[in-house]
Design a protein around this ligand. Structure first.
Ligand SMILES: Nc1ncnc2c1ncn2[C@@H]1O[C@H](COP(=O)(O)OP(=O)(O)O)[C@@H](O)[C@H]1O
Ligand SMILES: [Mg+2]
Length: 239
């Protein structure tokens, strides 16, 4: 399917369940999650540590498959894809940003950012340089991750996530390792990219105030995903 001609939601997830068989017994992490990600939307997932946020994000991006339920990615059923096609979908249409950056230490920033486009066979030097500029890392592009601060490494990871023009970027606590000021600069960058490119994001965070800056907020409680509505009695709305 050509993603350019598809006009529906980017992700439609229905009744997602995920269980793990462990030596201590069966763990039910997700007990029926439904979620729709529309183009250009800023979505947040909040919930306690261990509530299944990372598990859900991995399912949404095709990194893992649900025990049951259905995920349509741009109308295509992810469960029906071979491992190879799922890997291609991830590389081509999903950007991932993790708490601990996951840059390859032996590659420069430029090489880290360009790599996903080379894997796709669509290396685009001009675009790589442009996104490195947008995340304000042009002067550091030939440096190695170990030579950079946490905030700079996360900005590079965001650039890498965008290199293949994904339909959606999935961020798992992207500011969890950063101090408050650096975290705000990374968050501002993400909102700016959302505004400039209409790029959709799904972001997991512990930060409730941050989540309410988005358009849709979900909360995971005991394996149930609840859609939170912006209400008049929220404390931040009273201030
Ligand atoms: N591969 C796995 N095998 C067994 N249990 C797992 C596995 N991955 C996650 N879990 C369990 O699922 C629960 C949710 O984990 P996770 O999605 O990482 O939560 P969160 O991101 O909200 O902190 C935790 O209890 C965790 O121990
Ligand atoms: Mg997590």
């Amino acid at each position: 399917m050509s993603e350019k001609s598809y006009a529906g939601p980017i992700i439609a997830a229905y009744d997602l369940r995920k269980e793990y068989q462990t030596p201590g017994g069966l763990i039910q992490v997700l007990k029926g999650a439904n979620m729709i990600v529309e183009p250009g939307q800023m979505n947040f997932i909040i919930g306690r540590s261990g509530s299944g946020k990372s598990t859900l994000l991995h399912l949404l991006g095709g990194l893992d498959l649900p025990s049951s339920g259905k995920i349509l990615f741009e109308g295509e059923d992810v469960s029906g894809l071979s491992e190879k096609r799922r890997a291609r979908l991830r590389n081509q249409r999903v950007g991932f940003v993790f708490q601990s950056y996951h840059l390859l230490p032996e590659l420069t920033l430029y090489e880290n950012v360009v790599l996903p486009s080379m894997i796709l066979g669509k290396k685009n030097d001009a675009w790589c340089k442009e996104i490195l500029g947008r995340v304000q890392l042009t002067s550091r592009q030939n440096h190695y991750p170990s030579e950079l601060s946490g905030g700079e490494q996360q900005r590079a990871a965001i650039a890498r996530a965008l290199v293949n023009h994904p339909s959606v970027v999935l961020c798992d606590e992207p500011t969890g390792n950063l101090d408050e000021e650096t975290a705000e600069s990374v968050i501002s960058l993400i909102f700016e990219l959302n505004r400039q490119h209409g790029q959709a994001f799904v972001m997991v965070t512990h930060d409730e105030a941050l989540a309410w800056r988005g358009e849709k907020v979900y909360r995971l409680v005991d394996g149930i995903l609840l859609r939170e509505e912006r209400g008049p009695i929220r404390v931040e709305n009273l201030q």
